[in-house]
Design a protein around this ligand. Sequence first.
Ligand code: NAG
Length: 367
Amino acid sequence: MNYTTHLLFILISITSLLRSTAAEPLSTTAVYAFGDAIFDTGNNNGLRTICRADHPPYAAELHDTISFGRFSNGMLPADILVHDLGLKPLMQPYLNMQTAPRDTLRTGVSFASTCSGLDDLTADEYDKNIHFRLDFSLNHQSYDLHYNNRNFEAARETMRLDIGDGPTDDVLKNAVYLISGGTNDMLVNYYAIPIRRLTYSVSAYHEFLLGNLKDFVKKLYKRGARRVGVLGMPPVGCLPLDISTKFGFKRECVSQHNADATQFNERLQQYINQFVTEMPQLKIAYIDIYNPMMDMINNPSRYGLEHTLEGCCGSGSWELGPFCSKYARVCTNSSQYLFWDSIHPTQAAYEVLTKIFKETSLSSLLA
Ligand SMILES: *[C@@H]1O[C@H](CO)[C@@H](O)[C@H](O)[C@H]1NC(C)=O
């Protein structure tokens, strides 16, 4: 080897060494999302429910009416994730995919439905109690886990017909499954309408919710799911609506509700770690949103935030769904707000949460 080829050889070796030690880009076939508003990219639009965001100013920053139905100003975590993973620009809702490309199911869809929970009673109660006062015909409701499951099964059958059994199994085995739930169960069935409070202590209700979660994960596992991420509860006592319900105009987190959420999250982590005894090939990760959200509340300037205990839409204390309408006043810069309406985070906050998720639990699922 002469000097030049030698140098070239060294250079090539160094470059390939650098390439092989650099972090592999995260890759997966698809993302399937289940649960409540945090993942609902528009499934409720076609349902007869009060829990809808199919109007401006919801999703207004996405600038097209197809994106309506997202309970935020723009992208939700599932959107940010499929976009960042290079799967597609936005996550389509399963019940509302008329304009979606044919291969949509293969890269992921959302089955989630706003106002639902881990307790099937939650979606029922939301609609019965709130709907009742506004609209007396109450025969449809948000889609609980039972429907999530049924629709996932139907999606799998469609894919099988489309691309065959083997390729479908490959997609499902390598996909990431995200589940959110628990917040509405506590807000509706425990705090607001104390149906479950009559028969369950907080911890007994948590056990009940976790039992439902496990049944659901088992069903996914049976159909081939191997990488599951479960969202913990947010600081429920800092949701603007929860604060307003408790304190009126005073802005201060409801500490008991945060303590309940922390207790749930601790139990959730212990609980899902035991799933592998029954589902040996399962990788399951806890997705923490509680601590990142508390950090945004305690250190807002780190995130460019100025308002963390009231939403951007309307007064910030109460409005959501139909009450956060095109007539509502909207803040001038939603990036300075943690919350978009009185329960749901802004895209800016979701970007922070999704980034943390990608750097922590997602890499462990895809490893
Ligand atoms: C909106 O707020 C963000 C975060 O604080 C800031 O970076 C951005 O410059 C603001 N945009 C405008 C137009 O003021």
